[in-house]
Design a protein around this ligand. Structure first.
Ligand code: NAD
Length: 472
């Protein structure tokens, strides 16, 4: 691709101080050159966002909402172009890339329709107490490589609607769709309201330590999230951390194993398992363990593993070499501890391809069970007692999501209540919706995104407590 990409700083398309190649994970060939910022350019971007803040935060919310609506329209108009670029830098099949782009369009629209209203906490005996909410200032939006488009929109929509300005920094392996989105921002927003800088994993820390950043909205790994939180402590920045997960699927004994195996397979393998809330371990009753495992293996063998740009591909590559090596190491370890019944070996071709892999007969302390694999390798574990399996599911430092599968909805919902995570889906997976809050418990995060609660994260609650002066 000979297309040129530019950073966005103070409303201007800006050259990098240097350039680095973005690699297509399906071919290991460069997609394009990415402009790289340095600490001085980060300073310039933060200063531009700070200058833009007074006018943007004073702009009527209807006008801000209409600009967010215009961004969503512009994204929709170029959805095909965004999806193709997303597939080439991220690897996911084109239909999944289109789903992410259109999800981003709807997310922006949902935020454009939201409003933060004043709450009257007391209005009696001449005393009025109102809670209203003010924007924070400049927000650093730091995103990972698995869903580079929609995870940016989850931050940009609420930040802009509530009157904040932004410096966004995508992951170094998937920066191009963010830069393309910057072109839309340049046309639609006042200068400085959204700025985009790219790095090679060296500028996130510059942003989180910057004294003029009021809030860090971060999605990424738990290890990096801890660094973000420590760095933000220096000036007591607000932080939202959306971190890693190790979601359990608990299959109850009243389901049809073939029907539910298909759904669990989808929850584990979509985006080649690189979803924070992918099913990362499945617990299946002893009575249906063999048939459930066999059905998962059958589905895994049916998958079409190929370049996401190829028609019919159902699973693309792992997004980058480091992650590919991590998944491969977990898989190699699991081979010696359990039984691989589908997949198991990387494809012998260029690209970071690992086919969907099902591993059975592992113990709970296997690294593939305890760690976040973030790849298309699913361990399937056996249980015989529901209380015990709930304890096993909860025995994790992570607490992001999870699923429960049962024909008796009341019973399944009761099990869901006992899973210690931010979200539990019953008989469905990945039902993320811009109007419903999403957050992690334990080491999966702090604060939340989406919904009214997500909107509030970009504001300071401000109490006005008034009484009339008595007559002099
Ligand atoms: P990562 O933590 O390596 O990187 C995320 C971002 O942080 C990148 O932009 C990176 O450049 C930046 N970064 C690196 N060092 C930094 C520092 N010291 N300070 C600030 N920023 C820094 O994560 P990743 O490997 O890109 O993404 C995969 C992880 O993200 C998985 O653990 C996954 O579960 C998690 N994730 C969570 C959610 C969620 O909503 N909870 C969603 C998607 C992904």
């Amino acid at each position: 691709m000979d297309r040129q990409f530019k950073l966005l700083v103070d409303g201007r398309a800006t050259d990098g101080v240097s350039y680095f190649p973005v690699i297509n994970p399906a071919t290991e060939q460069p997609v394009a050159q990415c402009p790289k910022a340095d600490a001085a350019l980060v300073d310039t971007a933060v200063a531009a966002a700070k200058r833009a803040f007074p006018a943007w935060s004073a702009t009527p919310v209807e006008e801000r909402a209409s600009r967010i609506g215009a961004l969503s329209d512009a994204l929709e108009a170029r959805a095909g172009e965004f999806a193709a670029l997303l597939t080439s830098e991220q690897g996911k099949p084109l239909d999944q890339a289109m789903y992410e782009v259109m999800g981003s369009v709807f997310t922006l629209r949902a935020f454009a329709a939201m409003r933060v209203s004043d709450r009257t906490l007391r209005n009696e005996d001449g005393n009025t107490v109102i809670e209203h909410r003010t924007p924070l200032g400049v927000v650093a939006a730091i995103t990972p490589w698995n869903f580079p488009v929609i995870l940016l929109m989850n931050k940009l929509g609420p930040a802009l609607l509530t009157g904040n300005t932004i410096v966004a920094k995508p992951a170094p392996t998937t920066p191009l769709t963010t830069l393309l989105f910057g072109e839309l921002c340049r046309d639609i927003l006042p200068a400085g309201v959204v700025n985009i800088v790219c790095d090679q994993n060296d500028l996130g820390a510059v942003l989180t330590a910057h004294p003029d950043i009021a809030k860090v909205a971060f999605t990424g790994s738990t290890a990096t999230g801890k660094k973000v939180m420590a760095s933000a402590a220096e000036s007591v920045k607000r932080v939202t951390l959306e971190l890693g997960g190790n979601d359990a699927a608990i299959v109850l004994d009243d389901v049809d194993p073939v029907q539910v195996a298909r759904k669990v397979y989808g929850g584990a393998m979509t985006n080649a398992g690189q979803i924070c809330v992918a099913i990362k371990r499945a617990y299946v009753p002893e009575s249906m363990y063999d048939s459930f495992c066999d059905e998962l293996a059958r589905l895994a063998r049916e998958a079409v593993v190929d370049d996401g740009a190829k028609q019919g591909a159902t699973i693309g590559p792992i997004q980058n070499r480091a992650q590919f090596e991590k998944v491969r190491a977990l898989l190699d370890d699991a081979k010696s501890r359990g039984t691989v019944i589908a997949g198991g070996d990387p494809l012998d071709r260029p690209g970071y391809f690992i086919p969907p892999t099902i591993v059975r007969d592992l113990d709970d302390d296997a690294p593939l069970v305890r760690e976040e694999q973030f790849g298309p390798v699913l361990p399937v574990l056996k249980y015989s007692d529901v209380d015990d399996v709930i304890a096993r599911a909860n025995d994790s430092e992570f607490g992001l999501g999870g699923t429960v599968w049962g024909r008796d909805l009341a019973r399944a919902t009761d099990v869901a209540r006992r899973i210690d995570t931010g979200t539990v889906w019953v008989n469905q997976y990945l039902a993320i919706d811009a109007n419903i809050p999403f957050r992690g418990s334990k080491q999966s995060g702090i604060g939340g995104e989406l919904g009214e609660a997500g909107l509030h994260e970009y504001t300071q609650a401000h109490i006005i407590n008034a009484v009339a002066l008595e007559d002099a």
